[in-house]
Design a protein around this ligand. Structure first.
Ligand code: MG
Length: 339
């Protein structure tokens, strides 16, 4: 098998704001793994707060050798040998994992939801993310997607939380989820805010407190009228045991958990603990989004809008139809490369 890669930055439709910073593009690396003329596609998306860079991804990819791996190959073995090359490098590993899954699915001529035994009709609605912005930008964004989405996701954790929610409420009555991105610090105020949000039509809250404050999160979770979902507090499979009791559910993202293989194991582990599962993303092309979407029939909540937030998508794959994650029947991760 032959591995190749190139830099590809993702340009955002709107400057993206979450608690703490804003930006206009997301650095990225595209990966291709070829065998016998069949190409599997993968990508690493590198939002700066996660600590990986284009340079770190390229340096990791240079340590990977796939040329002696025969096909058909054992995905499990190849992924575990890649994982053992070096700690960290989650997005770099995800890029390889996605490309290998895509290639594998194409070689056996099956989409991944089918290999996993999932029904492609069982996908949830996905939310559309509204970042922390001026009321004017928020109004523009909400109006842009009116009619297309059934759920909004609102980024909070600034000192203007209620103002942001009221701005949206004046022009839309869609249900919404909230992501505080660790932006709340006082657990009593956070719980009060969750009660207020429920009255406003909120259906779920993501990561209210800083990620290491598990006891305070458990205190909120025990009393919260809404499901409380861990995002920053849970990265990989091994973290699920550590957050038990502190949240009602977990948000799985390919770029933080090293890819589709580990994500599918995380869903099983979360279910064993009786936890809800949300599938999230970074700003990504339709490549990584379609890869994650293969797992959508197995989860409760989807936040797979990252490809819609960029203006230079490289692929066509999963689509949003009437707000629902819609999978096609193409093999692998179900993408076509554009141009
Ligand atoms: Mg989040």
């Amino acid at each position: 098998m032959k591995l190749s890669y190139y830099l590809y930055d993702l340009y955002l439709r709107h400057t993206f704001g979450v608690a703490g910073f804003s930006r206009t593009f997301t650095p990225g690396v595209q990966v291709e793994i070829e065998h016998d003329g069949v190409v599997g596609y993968g990508e690493a998306s590198l939002p700066p707060y996660l600590g990986e860079t284009r340079e770190s991804v390229i340096s990791f990819l240079r340590k990977v050798s796939l040329k002696d791996i025969p096909a058909p190959f054992s995905l499990e073995e190849v992924l575990s040998s890649i994982d053992s090359i070096e700690a960290g490098n989650f997005a770099a590993k995800a890029a390889l994992d996605i490309a290998l899954h895509d290639l594998y699915g194409k070689l056996v001529d099956k989409p991944w939801y089918e290999i996993w035994g999932l029904n492609r009709q069982d996908t949830p609605y996905t939310s559309y993310t509204i970042g922390i912005d001026t009321p004017e930008v928020i109004r523009t964004k909400v109006k842009e997607v009116e009619g297309e989405f059934r759920i909004l996701k609102v980024k909070l954790g600034s000192d203007r939380d209620k103002e942001i929610v009221r701005t949206i409420r004046r022009i839309s009555d869609l249900p919404f989820t909230v992501d505080a991105n660790q932006g709340w610090t006082d657990r009593v105020k956070a719980l009060e805010m969750i009660h207020w949000l429920k009255e406003e039509g909120c259906i779920l809250v993501e990561q209210p407190l800083p990620k290491e404050r598990l006891e305070d999160s458990a205190w909120i979770t025990q009393q919260s009228p809404l499901p409380v979902i861990a995002d920053e507090s849970v990265q990989r499979l091994k973290d699920i045991a550590c957050i038990k009791g502190a949240f009602h559910g977990i948000n799985i993202k390919l770029m933080k958990c090293t890819g589709m293989g580990e994500a599918s194991k995380m869903i099983e582990a979360a279910r064993r603990e009786g936890m809800q599962v949300m599938l999230g993303c970074m700003t990504e092309t339709s490549c990584a989004i379609s890869a994650a979407a293969q797992l959508a029939p197995a989860v409760d909540h989807a936040d797979l809008d990252g490809n819609l937030l960029i203006r230079n998508d490289l692929f066509r794959g999963m689509e949003i139809r009437e707000g629902k994650v819609t999978l096609n029947e193409r093999p692998g991760i179900g993408v076509l490369k554009l141009s």
